[in-house]
Structure formats: C-alpha cells, structure tokens
Ligand binder design. Structure first.
Ligand code: 5GP
Length: 183
C-alpha cells in the first residue's frame, strides 16, 4: 500500500503515527537484544495471531540464532466441570517443554491477554518465557507484567496498520496509524 498521511478504514479516519523506517529500526534494536541475550540457546518464538504476523516476519529475519516459530491463538471455552472457563493455546505444534520461549505480540493494552497466555503456557513447562511486543500502552496496563522486549511505547489511542486491524481491516499498511479523535 502507498504511504499516506491519513487513511480511512471503514468508518474511521487514522493519521500516520509510526512510520515504516522507525518500525524497522526499533524491530532491529529488539532483535539484536534478543540475539545477544539468547546467545548459545535455541528459542521457540510463539507469535500470537492475527495481529503479530507482520511483526513476527520482520523480527525473525533480524534474529541471528538457530530458532523455531509457531503461530498460536489463545482460545477460551466453557468446560464441563466446575472450574468454568478453560484456556488453550491453539496451534502450538512444537514441544516447548524445557525450551526457552519468546511470545511475539502485536500490542499490549490492559495486559490481560498476555497474563492469560503466560498462565496457559506455564502448564507446558517451558524453561523460561519472555514477552516481546511491538507496541505497549503503559498507561492502560491492569496487571503486573514483565515485558522484557518492547519496540515502542505509545499513548492510549487506538492504532491500526502493520498487522493490526480495525474490525478486520487496515492490517495491510507499512506504517502505523492512530485514530483521529472526535469522529
Ligand atoms: P489486552 O489484553 O492487552 O488488553 O489486549 C491485547 C489485544 O487487544 C491485542 O492483541 C490487540 O488484538 C487488541 N488491541 C489493543 N489495543 C489495540 C489497538 O490500539 N489497536 C488494535 N488494532 N488492537 C488493539
């Protein structure tokens, strides 16, 4: 898609806020940190679908380590026993027992999705779990989360592009756009 200062996604207008070049620079910085921190190990990257597919593709190509990747989703459903809601990681086709795991997420907002993901993955007995997110809204965090790798902190505004959607649309831009308020 062509670079534009503003875009229309369905009924909303968005203005460019993080250009492609800055995204690439921040992703390279984080990838270099991971490559350094994980030297001598073979991490498993778990990219959380759908929003992280572009970030994961760019991040992985900057990682200079032997590594694997799996694309996962967190699903909740009502169990038949009294424990109520059961959470499951769908798409986990690699045995992560005793492996170092790096979760690749598009954006951490309240942090509840990541907290649930951590809880569920711990049941698979990985050696360690780190979180790597493209974006973080620090003012929205509702739970205590140790986010080891973050490309960029942003204000509490809704963003689209670079894999992130508004109602299914807007993922296919090279830059990230922020919603224009008062629409
Ligand atoms: P959390 O559980 O941290 O509140 O929410 C995380 C999920 O909410 C993200 O994976 C993403 O799907 C969605 N989300 C949160 N903020 C935004 C945003 O500004 N834009 C988009 N497109 N999705 C968001």
């Amino acid at each position: 898609m062509q670079k534009q200062e503003t875009i229309q996604v369905k009924d909303k207008t968005f203005a460019i806020s993080i250009p492609e070049l800055e995204l690439k620079q921040q992703i390279k910085r984080v990838a270099d940190e991971i490559t350094r921190d994980y030297a001598g190990r073979q991490p498993v990257f778990l990219a959380v679908l759908n929003g992280s597919f572009i970030f994961a593709a760019d991040l992985l190509r900057e990682i200079d380590l032997p590594c694997e990747i799996s694309f996962v989703k967190l699903a909740s459903y009502q169990g038949t026993n009294s424990t109520g809601s059961i959470r499951e990681v769908i798409g986990l086709n690699i045995d992560i027992t005793d492996r170092p795991v790096i979760i690749v997420e598009d954006i951490v907002d309240t942090g509840l999705t990541m907290a649930h993901m951590l809880d569920t993955l711990k049941g698979h007995n990985p050696a360690s779990i780190d979180i790597c997110t493209l974006l973080l809204k620090p003012t929205k965090l509702q739970v205590k989360l140790d986010i080891r790798y973050c490309c960029k902190e942003i204000p509490d505004d809704f963003v689209v592009g670079f894999g992130l959607d508004y109602d299914g649309f807007g993922r296919n831009t090279k830059d990230i756009y922020t919603i224009i308020q008062n629409q």
